[in-house]
Design a protein around this ligand. Structure first.
Ligand code: CO
Length: 213
């Protein structure tokens, strides 16, 4: 009997054959260069695959995923992706995409300890504290969770804008645009929440660097 992971390799072969059947140059074009216009920062959740839900092909989206799509200003992994995308690939748009029903956000909303991941989702508890009045005004638990999911997407989008990488790029090439989106598992639709055009206000001048070149 074929093992579960062996099925992945079989399907991969079938996919590659199919691609070449439709377009013989498909892989050769991607070998030498990638020129994606978008950087996607999304949740690791298996139900939110960026290429599939946007019907994009290999080469079209540069992708970083972590639990609950966080943009933490000391995360070298995320920052390295953002720097490469902005400074080398010259990305035009960065999308921070959360999703309703996010387990990471749900865990952060509880008082339960989950071990190591406590340290990661602590950042979402901070988002809850900033937006507590608005979140707690909602009657249902699902409504409160969804409101925190939306607030988290918006805070993470602002976190991107607060980095020197983005502010320098805004100053020097008036790009990229930042977008905060939320995906609905129930209907497959992405809803835009926030757009930050280059040189948008960051909410408070203390975040605006005044000596970037
Ligand atoms: Co999630």
């Amino acid at each position: 009997m074929i093992k579960s992971y062996e099925k992945l390799l079989e399907e991969n072969k079938a996919w590659a054959k199919d691609k070449i059947g439709q377009d013989p140059e498909f892989f050769q074009r991607l070998v030498d260069i990638q020129r994606p216009k978008f950087l996607w920062i999304g949740c690791s959740d298996s139900r939110v695959p960026p290429n599939e839900i946007t019907q994009t092909q290999p080469g079209e989206i540069f992708i970083h995923r972590n639990v609950a799509n966080l943009v933490i200003h000391t995360d070298l992994n995320m920052l390295s992706v953002v720097q490469y995308a902005v400074e080398v690939l010259q990305i035009e748009h960065i999308i921070v995409c959360g999703h309703y029903g996010c387990g990471g956000v749900k865990a952060a909303m509880s008082q339960h300890s989950f071990g190591l991941i406590n340290k990661w989702i602590r950042h979402i508890k901070d988002v809850y504290r900033y937006h507590q009045a608005e979140i707690d005004s909602l009657a249902s638990e699902e409504g409160r969770l969804n409101k925190l999911i939306e607030a988290n997407v918006m805070e993470q989008t602002y976190n991107l804008a607060k980095t020197s990488i983005i502010q320098r790029s805004w100053k020097n090439r008036q790009a990229p645009h930042l977008h905060g989106w939320v995906y609905d598992l129930a209907d497959g639709i992405i809803r835009p929440l926030l757009d930050l055009a280059p040189n948008s206000s960051l909410g408070h001048p203390i975040y605006e660097f005044d000596n970037l070149e």
